[in-house]
Ligand binder design. Structure first.
Ligand SMILES: *[C@@H]1O[C@H](CO)[C@@H](O)[C@H](O)[C@H]1NC(C)=O
Ligand SMILES: *[C@@H]1O[C@H](CO)[C@@H](O)[C@H](O)[C@H]1NC(C)=O
Ligand SMILES: *[C@@H]1O[C@H](CO)[C@@H](O)[C@H](O)[C@H]1NC(C)=O
Ligand SMILES: *[C@@H]1O[C@H](CO)[C@@H](O)[C@H](O)[C@H]1NC(C)=O
Length: 469
């Protein structure tokens, strides 16, 4: 293996995917920070399969969490790196994981948190790539293909749109770039979650739909709150209406996360889960006709699949919705500034507690939480919304089990901005590593993605050649 010679500092190595962890001193000249002019940004790199005579750079555009979580759940990039002789880089998004510009003060005041934007994140990625190309012998001219899933997929697509001279193509998996005001109706997302549960069994969806009223019924009294706290083995007994709301928010997230992570094999993405977790949960939720307490006891068996698949859970903690490496604080802030994604539920066409989308209320809460004013049209102004036919070399892939596909690009925009649909796919299934249980549709999607990557790299070298002549 060739050792890289980098001036940034080596932190540690990882055996599973054979990457090394580095810190990059981000000298931010694309904006100025209050009281400081740089911060430390983490990236992971592997040159195990890299051909330094022009092998491409596969660059994962880190999203809202610790970058190691994404490196471990993006096996596709690792799987195909050998055949492309690619250098693999996973860059951590500013304000996530350990890349906190102001340490633990980063979210304490708008003057510190205000530098958390998708534009700045993309500019960071340009800096890191520019640095790597100058520091690594043989990388100067390497074409760059960017990858990302979910918000990372949005970043990958936008990276190609904004910096076509830096990245030659983008694989944007489950990227809901249209999950914004006036682009996608707010009720579509919840309806797709519901369809996933209803396709396991209509009774299952009905149990969940009725559980909200059952919770209201039972928790309306002090004894009832104590009863449910005990029946559901809550870590902290419920006492207030705020606690009840926290529990309902938790449940909303659990049903959503199960739909997102409905993979055909056991996986540990949002939580450790069995194969086909929606089916497994639904096998527990079979009788919607029960009175409130019995219904909630039944529901708990379903919940157990989510929070206690490992058998290690001592209690149920509604404050912990998913893998701790997905950082809520940063995303909450982004959702309160540029990433305002409207969701609404009616409890009829979906299984959630009815909740309209109320932007005024949402803005008020954002202001209270972070001292900021949401800008619901910002992403459209910045990146174009649906009007992306001037872009090129982007694959948008979406699985039809994935609720986020409702905000995805589901049509072929042009011959080089294409949409790949994976009927049996949950959230960015195609980006995960190959598995014997993969459905044929995801194998096909990955084959197509490789074909596009090959053609992007080929046209890049052709252009290079023409420029020399
Ligand atoms: C931030 O970290 C410092 C040093 O570790 C510590 O003294 C301080 O209490 C922390 N502040 C907060 C808000 O967590
Ligand atoms: C809760 O449900 C039970 C059984 O359906 C009903 O008898 C009771 O009146 C309800 N209580 C409240 C507070 O809604
Ligand atoms: C988690 O599962 C284990 C094994 O089945 C069980 O002993 C434990 O009580 C469960 N924890 C909770 C909080 O239900
Ligand atoms: C888009 O075009 C590709 C071929 O380039 C095709 O495989 C795919 O099915 C098309 N997608 C849609 C949504 O029609």
């Amino acid at each position: 293996m060739v050792m890289l010679t980098l001036s940034s500092s080596l932190l540690s190595t990882c055996d599973a995917y054979n990457y090394k962890t580095y810190f990059y001193l981000q000298k931010v000249d694309h904006f100025s920070f209050a009281n400081q002019d740089s911060f430390i940004q983490r990236y992971l790199i592997s040159d195990e399969h890299w051909d330094r005579r022009g092998g491409p750079i596969f660059f994962y555009a880190g999203n809202e969490g610790d970058i190691t979580l994404f490196a471990e759940n993006t096996g596709f990039v690792w799987d195909i790196a050998p055949e492309f002789n690619a250098l693999v880089v996973f860059a951590e998004h500013r304000y996530y994981g350990v890349s906190l510009p102001y340490g633990n003060k980063s979210f304490s005041e708008p003057k510190y948190s205000g530098y958390l934007t998708s534009e700045q994140a993309l500019a960071d990625y340009v800096d890191i790539l520019t640095y790597l190309k100058s520091a690594i012998r043989g990388a100067q001219k390497s074409p760059v293909i960017t990858f990302g899933g979910s918000y990372g997929g949005m970043l990958a697509a936008w990276f190609r749109i904004k910096y076509p001279h830096v990245v030659q193509g983008a694989i944007a998996a489950s990227a809901p770039i249209l999950q914004f005001t006036d682009l996608t109706p707010c009720d579509k997302f919840g309806q797709l979650v519901t369809a996933d549960f209803a396709s396991a069994s209509s009774e299952c969806a009905e149990v969940i739909r009725k559980s909200w009223a059952a919770i209201n019924n039972v928790t309306s009294s002090v004894e009832g709150k104590a009863w449910l706290s005990n029946a559901w083995k809550l870590c902290k007994p419920m006492r207030t209406e705020e606690d009840v709301k926290t529990l309902k928010d938790y449940l909303t997230n659990v049903w959503t996360n199960l739909a997102m992570a409905d993979y055909p094999y056991p996986a540990n993405f949002l939580a450790p889960l069995p194969a086909n977790p929606v089916k497994v949960v639904c096998s527990q939720l079979t009788a919607s006709g029960h009175p409130p307490k019995m219904l909630l006891e039944e529901l708990f068996f379903g919940l157990t699949v989510y929070f206690n698949f490992t058998g290690q859970a001592k209690c149920l903690n509604p404050d912990q919705q998913a893998d701790v490496r997905l950082d809520d604080k940063g995303w909450d802030f982004q959702a309160c500034t540029e990433m305002v994604m409207p969701f609404c539920y009616d409890g009829k066409q979906d299984l959630f507690e009815p909740a309209p989308w109320d932007f005024q209320q949402y803005a008020k809460e954002c202001n209270k939480k972070f001292g900021v004013q949401p800008r619901p049209y910002m992403a459209q102004y910045m990146y174009g919304g649906k009007l992306i036919n001037a872009a090129s070399n982007i694959v948008f892939s979406n699985g039809l089990l994935d609720p986020w596909s409702t905000g995805g690009v589901m049509w072929n925009v042009s011959s080089s901005v294409v949409s790949i649909i994976i009927p049996e796919g949950a959230h960015h299934l195609d980006l995960r590593g190959a598995d014997p249980a993969d459905p044929p549709s995801v194998l096909k999607a990955r084959r197509l993605e490789k074909t596009f990557i090959t053609s992007w790299i080929r046209s890049y070298w052709e252009e290079q050649q023409q420029q020399q002549e």
